[in-house]
Unconditional design. Structure first.
Length: 607
C-alpha cells in the first residue's frame, strides 16, 4: 500500500495526503463507493482521479447542478434516430452513469449535494444492486470495478445541502481539510517552479489568513497562493509591492464576502497584507505555545477561525468557566454551551473585546447546530415546457418534440420542446415571540433556521419580526443581511414585556404587501398566550397562508394557535423546544413544494 501511495504522489504530483490516499485506495479496491468531503480547493478531484487512473479504471466526471436531469445521468434517446429507427439501442446515447457501469469504471460526481433529489435517487439501484432500468431499453448491469466517487463541501458551508440518509448510507466517508503551511508551501513551489521560499511562505500565510477573517464567508484555497506567486514573480518589483499588486489581482475572484461585510474586498486584502506580509516574512512562524487549541475544544474549524489569539481565548474561557462548566461540556458542545449561556456571559463580561469573541463563537455555534439539525434540503423547483429559442438551457422533451415533428417535411428549431427547471420564488414572514419566556439563544436559533434555509435554497425572500409588547422588524423582505449578523442581533435582544400577537400579525401583513412574489406565507412562533393587544384571529384570517409553531409551556394556548392557523389556511404544530424548529421549518417548506402541510396538527397529535 505504501508503494502505491508513493507511486500516486510521484505520478500525479500530489504533496502529502498519505493517509487520505491510503484510505481511498482501500475503499476503491474493496469496491466501496466513496464520498470525499472538504472545502473548495483542497484537491478532492485530483485525489479521486489519481486513484482511479492508478488502478486503471475509466473515469467519467459529472459536475453537480440543480438543473441536472435523470436523463443526463443515465442517457437519452436521439430524436432524429428515434424517428428513423424507433426506440432502439442504437438511438440511445449513454450518459456518464451508464458508461461507467458498462465499462466497470469510476463515476465521479463533483458536488453531489447540488444534484436534484430525483437525480440522486437514480444512483441508489446502481450503487446497491449494480443495475439500472432504462425505459424502452431494459436493464443495464454494471461490470466489476464500477464505483461512484463523489465530493461535497462540509456541512458548515451554508450554501450547501445535506445528502439524504439513504444515499449517505451507501458511501464511505473520506474527509479532506486544508493542508499544513509547510505542505501548501511545497504545493506552490512544485506547481509554479518558483524556488523563492521566503516569497512563497509569506503568500501562503496571506492566503491562509483569508480563511479566518470575520468579513469573509469563504476563504481562498492554495490555488490563490499559486496565482499570487506567479504574478508577483513576473511583476518583479520590490517584494512587498509585487505581492500587494498580485494579491489584488488574484484574491477578489477567489474569496466570498459576507453580505454585511464592513469592508470592501480590496480593503480586507490590504489589512491582511499589512498583518501577514512583513518585509522579511520567513517561513513557518508558529503560534504561541501557550495558545489553547480551540479546534480541539470545539471540533469545528468555523469556531476556531473566529478566535483571534491564544491569550484572549484563555482569558475568555477563564472568565466564563463558572458559567459554562468546561468539565461537563463535551468538547464538541463548548461553543453551543457558550451560546446557551450568552445572556449570563453578557452580564458578567466587562471586557468588550472578550464579549465580541464570545458572541462570534455563540453565533457560529448556533448556525453550526442549526445545520446539523436541518437535514436534507432541496430548492422548490417548477418545470416549464416551451418551444426552443436560441440560447435557451434545458432538456429536450422527447415525446412532445416527436409529436411536433410528426407529419412535417421541414423541421424548425421551434419544434423542439425544451423542459427546464426553475427555482420558484416564495416570500416568508417569520414572527417570533420575544416575551419573557424567550431568551436570546432561542430567538437566534429560530432565525438561524430560516436564514440558513433561505441562503441554501436561494429562492426564499424572508422577513423577521420579533414581538413582545410591540412588534419590531429585524429584517425586511428586500433587505440583504448576513445570517451571522441577524443571529447576532437576536442574541442581544432581552426577553421581556408582554405578548402582542395582534401587532406581530399586522406588521407581517404590511411586510407581505410590499412584495410582488405570488407564493407568500407567514410563520408564527409563540406559545399563543397573548397578554397585550386585541384578539389576533381577525388578522390571522387575512394571511394567504399562516403556519403556527407553538412552543409548549404551562401557559401555552393550543386552541388559539389552532384557530389562527385554520383561519390562515395553514396548520399548527407543537414543539417541545426550539431545537425542533429547524426540522419543522424544513418539513414545512418541503411539503409546501408539494402542496402539503407536513406534521400533524395539535389536535391530531393530542388524539
Amino acid at each position: 500500500m505504501t508503494e502505491d501511495v508513493r507511486a500516486i504522489q510521484s505520478k500525479f504530483g500530489i504533496i502529502g495526503r498519505e493517509i487520505e490516499l491510503r484510505k481511498a485506495l482501500v475503499a476503491v479496491r474493496a469496491g466501496k463507493h466513496l464520498l470525499i468531503e472538504g472545502p473548495v480547493g483542497v484537491g478532492k478531484t485530483v485525489l479521486a482521479e489519481a486513484v482511479a487512473k492508478h488502478l486503471g479504471r475509466p473515469f467519467y466526471r459529472v459536475d453537480g447542478d440543480e438543473r441536472y436531469t435523470e436523463q443526463k445521468l443515465t442517457g437519452w434517446f436521439d430524436p432524429p434516430l428515434v424517428i428513423k429507427n424507433g426506440y432502439s439501442k442504437d438511438a440511445f446515447i449513454s450518459g456518464p452513469l451508464a458508461l461507467a457501469m458498462e465499462s466497470g469504471g469510476v463515476l465521479f460526481i463533483n458536488e453531489l449535494n447540488r444534484m436534484p433529489e430525483g437525480v440522486q435517487n437514480v444512483l441508489l439501484p446502481a450503487m446497491d444492486e449494480g443495475k439500472i432500468e432504462v425505459p424502452k431499453i431494459g436493464t443495464i448491469v454494471a461490470r466489476n470495478g464500477f464505483i461512484v466517487v463523489s465530493t461535497q463541501n462540509p456541512r458548515e458551508f451554508i450554501a450547501t445541502s445535506v445528502l439524504s440518509e439513504a444515499l449517505r448510507d451507501r458511501f464511505e466517508l473520506l474527509t479532506l481539510n486544508y493542508q499544513s503551511e509547510d505542505e501548501e508551501v511545497a504545493i506552490v513551489q512544485t506547481h509554479t517552479g518558483i524556488d523563492d521560499l521566503q516569497l512563497i511562505g509569506s503568500i501562503v500565510k496571506l492566503v491562509q489568513a483569508t480563511r479566518a477573517h470575520p468579513d469573509i464567508r469563504r476563504g481562498a484555497s492554495v490555488r490563490a497562493a499559486m496565482s499570487i506567486c506567479v504574478l508577483a514573480y513576473q511583476l518583479a518589483t520590490d517584494r512587498r509591492a509585487s505581492i500587494r499588486e498580485a494579491a489584488h489581482m488574484a484574491l477578489p475572484t477567489r474569496i466570498e464576502l459576507k453580505d454585511d461585510a464592513r469592508q470592501s474586498v480590496h480593503e480586507i486584502i490590504d489589512e491582511l497584507l499589512e498583518k501577514h506580509c512583513s518585509e522579511n516574512p520567513g517561513i513557518g512562524a508558529g503560534t504561541s505555545s501557550s495558545a489553547i487549541n480551540f479546534t480541539d475544544l470545539t471540533s469545528s474549524r468555523t469556531l476556531a477561525a473566529e478566535v483571534s489569539g491564544g491569550d484572549e481565548t484563555t482569558s475568555l474561557l477563564e472568565n466564563v468557566g463558572d458559567i459554562v462548566d468546561l468539565k461537563k461540556a463535551p468538547p464538541n458542545e463548548l461553543g453551543w454551551s457558550i451560546a446557551q449561556h450568552y445572556t449570563d456571559i453578557k452580564k458578567r463580561l466587562k471586557d468588550k473585546r472578550l464579549l465580541q469573541i464570545a458572541k462570534r463563537i455563540a453565533v457560529k455555534a448556533i448556525i453550526y447546530r442549526t445545520l446539523q439539525l436541518l437535514g436534507p434540503t432541496r430548492r422548490r423547483m417548477e418545470q416549464v415546457k416551451e418551444p426552443y429559442t436560441p440560447g435557451q438551457k434545458g432538456e429536450i422533451d422527447i415525446e412532445m418534440t416527436l409529436e411536433q415533428m410528426l407529419g412535417k417535411t421541414e423541421i424548425d428549431a421551434s419544434d423542439l420542446i425544451i423542459e427546464s427547471k426553475l427555482p420558484k420564488k416564495v416570500a416568508c414572514i417569520m414572527m417570533i415571540d420575544a416575551s419573557l419566556s424567550m431568551s436570546g439563544d432561542k430567538l437566534a436559533m429560530a432565525t438561524a433556521s430560516l436564514g440558513v434555509l433561505a441562503y441554501k435554497l436561494k429562492s426564499i425572500d424572508y422577513s423577521v419580526i420579533v414581538f413582545d409588547s410591540v412588534a419590531r422588524v429585524m429584517k425586511q423582505l428586500d433587505q440583504k443581511v448576513a445570517v451571522e449578523t441577524l443571529v447576532g442581533d437576536l442574541l442581544d435582544i432581552p426577553a421581556m414585556g408582554f405578548t402582542n400577537i395582534e401587532d406581530a400579525l399586522r406588521t407581517g401583513i404590511r411586510e407581505l404587501s410590499s412584495t410582488t412574489v405570488k407564493d407568500k406565507f407567514g410563520i408564527m412562533i409563540t406559545d399563543g398566550n397573548y397578554t397585550a393587544g386585541k384578539d389576533p384571529k381577525e388578522l390571522a384570517a387575512q394571511y394567504p397562508k399562516l403556519f403556527v409553531i407553538m412552543i409548549k409551556s404551562h401557559d401555552s394556548k393550543p386552541e388559539l394557535c389552532e384557530e389562527m392557523a385554520a383561519l390562515g389556511k395553514g396548520k399548527a404544530t407543537a414543539v417541545d423546544s426550539f431545537e425542533e424548529i429547524p426540522c419543522v421549518l424544513r418539513a414545512l417548506l418541503r411539503d409546501l413544494a408539494y402542496r402539503g402541510y407536513g406534521r400533524p396538527s395539535l389536535s391530531q397529535e393530542a388524539s
